[in-house]
Design a protein around this ligand. Structure first.
Ligand SMILES: C[S@@+](CC[C@H](N)C(=O)[O-])C[C@H]1O[C@@H](n2cnc3c(N)ncnc32)[C@H](O)[C@@H]1O
Length: 251
């Protein structure tokens, strides 16, 4: 069995470089996500179930920052479950700016026998791509990596690419309104990582690497951004300390 355990930050690094979704991260990403994102598999499953509920015939699904296509694959399975078969006219655009992630995604889809005509993995920057005729756009743990000044433009493009009653599903690491509460939630998060086998060294080196790369918004700030960009209904479908998942519907 090939070793896919995340050890990216397990050795002392002389110089800590800004975090990148490079080949060594892509290779162990599923283990990293499973042990670093609280309730990762449950959130992905909930996202997929909501995506299938909001999907409309002859429209597209976008998975922005798809990494290894875990969510795209679950959406495919949920659509199959909710509609009996995968309907004609159903397609997912899974996009990521990391070439190694796209390679991992394509390998995973091939190993599951998924037709590349249904889930299209594309190497690209979500700040540049066209989003059109979408009933579902998913952005799980990706918006937090977009430079803050570019977030509003991206959300506005998503709103205009969504059809009536289309949905945007976003999960992110978030801050709380009160700094003292945020600090407690972040400590709880580090306890979560320790309990999943990460050492103090791994936790502190990764925290340093992510500084200014992963920039969380406050929960209310993120909610306000979605409303300001044109979503009429914004709600939370999952929350755990400093992690929040938002559902935004265009009416
Ligand atoms: C934490 S991972 C997302 C996890 C994935 N959505 C999931 O649910 O398993 C963030 C991903 O966003 C991608 N990413 C970051 N900025 C991007 C951009 N501007 N365009 C496309 N992908 C981007 C990264 O390469 C990385 O694979």
């Amino acid at each position: 069995m090939e070793d896919r355990k995340d050890r990216v930050f397990s050795e002392t690094l002389g110089q800590i470089k800004p975090f990148e979704f490079n080949e060594s991260v892509a290779h162990v990403f599923d283990d990293m996500a499973g042990r670093s994102i609280p309730f990762y598999s449950q959130v992905e499953q909930m996202t997929a179930s909501l995506a299938a509920t909001f999907w409309q015939e002859d429209t597209a699904v976008y998975d922005l920052g798809c990494s290894t296509a875990t969510c795209s694959l679950l959406v495919y399975e949920e659509v199959q479950k909710q509609y009996g078969i995968v309907p004609g006219g159903f397609e997912i655009h899974a996009i990521d700016s990391s070439a190694p992630m796209c390679t991992e995604a394509n390998e995973k889809l091939r190993s599951r026998g998924i037709d590349s005509g249904t889930i299209h993995v594309r190497h690209g920057d979500i700040l540049d791509i066209d989003i059109k005729n979408a009933s579902v756009v998913i952005m799980n743990y990706t918006l937090q990596f977009i430079p803050p000044l570019k977030r509003e433009g991206l959300i506005r493009r998503i709103v205009s690419g969504l059809c009536e009653n289309g949905v945007l599903l976003v999960s992110d690491k978030t801050f709380q309104t009160h700094t003292d509460i945020s600090r407690i939630f972040i400590d709880k998060y580090y306890d979560y990582k320790r309990a999943r086998g990460y050492s103090e060294l791994e936790i502190s080196q990764k925290r340093e690497a992510l500084e200014n790369v992963l920039v969380p918004y406050h929960v209310k700030e993120e909610e306000t951004l979605f409303l300001k960009c044109g979503f009429s209904s914004v709600d939370i479908y999952f929350s755990w300390y400093n992690f929040t998942s938002f559902i935004c519907v265009k009416r």
